[in-house]
Write a protein that binds this ligand. Structure first.
Ligand code: BG6
Length: 313
């Protein structure tokens, strides 16, 4: 695509190259040919492909690949807030900032490194960030691709402030689906949710699995650590495992809202579904020196997979 030649680290199957804006992006590959791409703009995963080269994340054909805004698709990170309140920008500033490669991250469990291609990124607040959110933090993000093609994101947020602070968080995950009408989510049945289409009123999910026939913008509360998104037409199921993230955002803008968004095609809502591991209802509170970890693992399995296979809570 006209980018300068990537510099490959053959031992770890990592390559760093520049994107159109001259911003570093990191390509991870596994020996089977699966790949993931992470931009230092926002620490955003912009691509995740299986070993057949099929893209598993949605990116809008109208996405704007130009800072300072996050592009529409992939996995932008919402921090230090999800949503739009107070003086902070919608979904916080982390997705709009330039991250750095963390050369010397504090160690993670060996399971988080062994047999994986991974990259560690770091975000620290700028002077400008501190003006609208006056809390010093270190945000370490590991993105890893396993031998089986699973994609894992581990966020570690440390309070290096003299005072406590709290935040909300989401991995705003744009899954690529064949047709939204053919998709259902299992694992959220009977749970309470906050409806962002109204005044965040609380409702209880009634039906069986969740299906889609109009705009949906909800925060499901107290969710199990494993949920599944089944795409009948593609005979593909996304399995989302998470830890430290009690809530799940489900978002599809449907027709009317899509038409009002400059960076989303009018019909593209049919090919996307956001299902985010998140911590929203009860903000995460950190005392000085404390650290929080939130992780999500995305896997894709054939549709013969059934919901009984989901991990028990
Ligand atoms: C969702 C929110 O998660 O993100 C929606 O619940 C919002 O209300 C959507 O429209 C997209 O947000 P943004 O800022 O990326 O356009």
């Amino acid at each position: 695509m006209g980018h300068p030649a990537a510099v490959w680290d053959t031992r770890a199957a990592i390559a760093v190259s520049k994107d159109w804006n001259g911003i570093d992006q990191v390509m991870l590959r596994n020996p089977q040919g699966a790949s993931a791409k992470v931009s230092l703009h926002g620490g955003q995963v912009t691509s995740w492909r299986n070993d057949r080269g099929e893209e598993l994340l949605f990116t809008s054909s109208k996405a704007i690949f130009k800072p300072p805004k996050a592009m529409r698709g992939g996995i932008p990170i919402c921090f230090p807030q999800f949503g739009n309140c107070g003086s902070l920008e919608q979904h916080g500033f982390a997705r709009n900032k330039l991250w750095t490669i963390d050369e010397d991250p504090p160690p993670l469990h060996s399971n988080d490194s062994h047999g994986k291609s991974f990259i560690d990124l770091l975000l620290k607040p700028s002077e400008e960030d501190l003006k609208c959110w006056p809390h010093s933090f270190e945000f370490r993000l590991r993105v890893s691709l396993a031998a089986d093609g699973n994609l894992t994101m581990i966020s570690r947020i440390r309070n290096i402030n003299g005072k406590p602070f709290s935040f909300s968080f989401a991995y705003h995950t744009y899954l690529s689906v064949s047709d939204i009408s053919e998709v259902r989510i299992e694992g959220l049945e009977t749970l309470d949710f906050l409806d962002n289409l109204g005044q965040r009123e609380r409702f209880t999910e009634q039906g069986d699995a969740i299906t889609f026939e109009s705009e949906v913008d909800r925060v499901y509360l107290g969710t199990p650590n494993c949920i599944a998104v089944l795409d009948h037409e593609r005979k593909r199921t996304y399995v989302i495992r998470k830890d430290g993230l009690p809530d799940v955002v489900v978002w599809n803008p449907w027709e009317k809202k899509s038409k009002s968004m400059v960076d989303l095609g009018d019909e593209e809502y049919k090919q996307m579904l956001c299902v985010d591991g998140a911590a929203i209802e009860k903000p995460i509170a950190l005392k000085p020196g404390e650290e929080w970890t939130g992780r999500v693992q995305l896997a894709v399995v054939p549709s013969s997979f059934c919901s009984e296979d989901l991990d028990p809570q």
